[in-house]
Design a protein around this ligand. Sequence first.
Ligand code: NAD
Length: 477
Amino acid sequence: MQLLLEHEHSFINGKSYQTQDMFAVLNPANQQTVKHASSVDEKGRMLALTGAKHALEQLRLVSAVQRSEVLKKWHALILSNEKMLAELMVAEQGKPLHEALGEVRYAAGFVEWFAQEAIRSYGETIPSQNTSVQLSTIKQPVGVVLGITPWNFPLAMITRKVAPAYAAGCSFILKPSEETPLSAIALAKLAVQAGMEAGAFQVLITTQPAELIEYYCQCAAIRKLTFTGSTRVGRLLLSQSATTIKRTSMELGGNAPFIVYDSANIAEAVTGLMAAKFRNAGQTCVAANRVLVEQGCMAEFISCLTTAVAALKVGDGMVAGNDLGPLIHEPAKVKVEGLISSALKQGAKIHYQGAAETGLFIAPVILTHVTPDMDIANTEIFGPVVSVITFTDEQQSLSFANGVEEGLAAYFYSQDVSQIHRVSRALEYGMIGINEGMISNPVAPFGGVKQSGLGREGAKQGLDEYLEVKYLCQKFD
Ligand code: NAD
């Protein structure tokens, strides 16, 4: 099947929608153009909205079982095209091929999960005080949904929104990141091939996201906004959605603490940290951002960690054996290098640094003598930098861990059962990895507290984000 043409365009009502406003989609590993894509125009955004409204009406006539069947076919098509999707992802995003393949399967996992959940959206009957009144609830689709996704997981961040929305009977307008539009278009083409109604999944490509989204935020016909991206943009979108009182889901930035207590199995803690820190070259919202190590195990921990980090290979994601691909673009590299310099100025020390890299590649770094007040401890690093803070006791570890505005993921390693219970309850985070560095799973609720967001994705909770509860009060004789 020919999924990708020389140029790519927005995908509206099941067809490519071309404009003359072209831009280059670049490969971050070599700065070469992967493809040219066109930005949607005003006519396109109106066609997309009209088509999504029409698809919503059509979906009212499609049963949950039929929607589940479409999702099952989409799941199978994603898996049978996994090589093409993974290679495309490496080309536009840069992650190593084995990670990209892992993401394709993770993305497919959401489609499979919501194919199963589509048929389990139960209402309820409620015991009434009055014997001649029946009280019940039914669940109905929210309506047309607008979704905005980032570049760091070009497929999974999309399927974990579009699959539950479709399972619930909603139509969806997606604006993927301008850095990774090609994966999104490929996914939408497969959805239509699986039998999804034209207009149920629109993909709008643009290099001017602010203008497009401001327009849609003012449209009352769009009943829900679901966003994954930075806290800064999430805050702006929440205020823009207030005009038309949209339902919102916000999956925002993280600043994960990774705590290693004296009782931890140090080898396992290092293995967990390598996964939690270096996946996607550190560009994940659940990346270990602050590594908090208890004084008593610091020497052993840092020695094991240094050996593991020194073994990492940096390079093009298409070359087998490479562990760390490039950062996404120049501003990302400038930001990471700036955080390292400011940490050094503020008193941190470089414990380990790999050989200097060119282009958008960056060598892994271990910083020690970091303190909680430094910029690097209060900013999402989004790069391969391990920033180590030491602490003296459990109370101090919790105060350091919770002393930030974000609350997405946290990790800790301990073999003390009482401590595991105490720390799990005390951490102000939406997701906790306990003696585990890889926590993402389509069957479990993903999301944050505090300024990391609102709502949950995946799991049974992920479907409710796209459903309204309607209460029925029926009198009878
Ligand atoms: P970003 O906020 O810059 O961009 C995200 C999306 O928003 C992109 O599609 C972008 O085009 C769009 N956008 C940017 N400005 C906009 C505006 N003014 N109006 C409307 N849309 C706008 O984030 P990013 O750099 O693409 O992604 C990295 C961020 O995403 C990190 O903070 C990371 O933690 C977060 N993230 C969170 C999760 C999660 O599940 N919580 C998952 C992945 C990434």
